[in-house]
Design a protein around this ligand. Structure first.
Ligand code: TYD
Ligand code: MG
Length: 449
């Protein structure tokens, strides 16, 4: 009987420590150590891949990796042009957001691809019921309800599928480790076994992982370092739209994003994201402004909503959904200090439409405009949009690929776009480009112009 002992793991980087620490010495994160019991004297055995000799770089063929199309334009694009053979892809997200739905829809849409769907959460009958609801071709999809890694890999080696899906990493366990399924050491072991399996057989593996709202539960952060690609689901699970973002990709670009709509028959691709992110109302309302943003290579437009009201209590509230609240505070400070707006006794609420999480600084101008529009209770006309970063001295700074944002805005029927005076954008047909140098100039043009 192996002896048990307690060790502490960092949920962010997987670092192991014999005692609790407030701050992980390896990655410097605070409050990430979790306790776990492990058996001593039983190290996990990983066979070393054989047959690899050092090769000279110039002798290595430069042929592209072979990619498998998943017959889903949005996912293929996110992966950088299809699934690379032998790659391990993590699909993360909160429970209920649609990971199982998406991962079952993939094999159903690819009848020419033999797929093994391993479920540790649902029985084959449950998977079948879901598959029938989703519709598609059931003939080439094999279901295995199992949670022990060694059994799963043996079955997979015997079946030789073209794709393996494992739902979810938290329910799987390996015999090599004594701690329970879902613990950091199990998750690391399961992921490294799958990685070895994918690399040695060339069979790509799609691995599902649950993440809680704060991204904290043991696992996925550690997993990110092991896998080749991380696709993360975002969005509000009450609303119909889901955003899948590529946050790590060894075979393509990150910062790409795909939008899906959850329907009664599974997830539908939304090829034109502006469609969902644009206003639902026909008349112009105060407190809203449209931002022209960019994800990876694709420009799209979405609505920023702000509400400015007199603070009911002494300390005004600042809350932002989908936007960094520190950046909102910075923008409000700029409005106060550089343009003289008294916002320090006001509550300010900010929301990005569609459950989107925005990090593009080009959205600053739309945020500022939405806040001012609510403050003045003055609606910004419908056909107007914004693309500019706001600096600390209140200046409007140019943004990358401004010309593509302008072209997309014109294509969607916008007739006016506000950008920085310092940006150089060629004249575009159908849209008036208004250049503003700073916040006072913006206010003058927008509300008094
Ligand atoms: P699911 O894929 O089970 O989420 P996860 O695996 O990430 O936990 O999706 C769960 C939600 O999706 C559930 O609330 C029901 C809904 N759903 C639909 O709206 N339409 C469908 O066709 C399916 C299969 C699920
Ligand atoms: Mg699930």
């Amino acid at each position: 009987m192996a002896k048990e002992k307690s060790v502490w793991f960092c949920t962010s980087c997987g670092n192991e420590s014999p005692k609790w620490l407030g701050r992980c010495p390896a990655c410097g994160e605070w409050n990430t150590m979790v306790e776990q019991t492990v058996a001593t004297g039983k190290p996990s055995k990983q066979p070393a891949p054989r047959g690899h000799k050092p090769q000279q770089l110039r002798e290595i063929g430069s042929a592209q990796e072979h990619r498998i199309s998943l017959h889903n334009g949005e996912i293929d694009r996110l992966l950088g042009g299809g699934l690379v053979e032998g790659s391990l892809v993590l699909v993360g997200g909160e429970p209920g957001i649609g990971k199982s739905t998406l991962s079952l829809q993939i094999p159903l849409g690819c009848p020419d691809l033999k797929t093994l769907y391993v479920s540790g959460e649902e029985s084959p009958r449950q998977v079948k019921m879901r598959a029938e609801r989703l519709g598609g071709d059931l003939s080439n999809c094999f279901i295995l309800s199992e949670t022990q890694m060694e059994v799963i890999l043996e079955e997979a080696r015997a079946l030789q599928p073209g794709l393996m899906i494992v739902d979810s990493v938290q329910t799987m366990f390996s015999q090599n480790i004594d701690s329970s399924a879902g613990s950091v050491s199990q998750i690391k072991e399961v992921a490294s076994q799958l990685l070895y399996f994918a690399k040695s057989t060339g069979i790509p593996v799609l691995l599902i992982g649950h993440i809680t709202k704060d991204g904290y539960i043991a696992g996925p952060k550690v997993l990110e370092h092991i896998v080749d690609v991380v696709l993360q689901f975002e969005g509000d699970d009450k609303g119909p739209y889901r955003i899948l973002r590529s946050i790590k990709n060894r075979f393509g670009s990150t910062a790409e994003l795909a939008v899906f709509e959850m329907t009664g028959k599974g997830l539908r691709e939304v090829t034109n994201p502006s469609e969902m992110l644009m206003p639902m109302h026909d008349e112009s309302l105060s407190g809203t402004a449209i931002a022209a943003t960019l994800d990876g290579v694709r420009p799209f437009l979405f609505e920023v909503q702000a509400l400015v009201s007199t603070a009911a209590y002494g300390t005004p509230q600042r809350s932002a959904t989908g936007f960094d609240v520190r950046r909102l505070n910075m923008l409000l400070a700029v409005l106060e200090k550089r343009a003289g707006f008294k916002l320090n006794a006001k509550d300010v609420f900010l929301n990005m439409a569609g459950g989107l999480r925005i990090t593009d600084p080009a959205c600053d101008l739309a945020v500022v405009s939405a806040v001012l529009s609510s403050h003045f209770d003055f609606a910004i006309p419908h056909h107007v949009c914004f693309a500019g970063e706001v600096g600390l001295s209140g200046e409007i700074r140019p943004v990358n690929q401004a010309d593509r944002r302008v072209t997309e805005a014109a294509r969607l029927g916008f007739t006016k776009i506000y950008i920085s005076s310092y940006a150089s954008v060629p004249k575009t047909e159908g849209i008036q480009i208004v250049k503003v140098a700073d916040i006072p100039a913006l206010v003058k043009q927008l509300f008094h112009g």
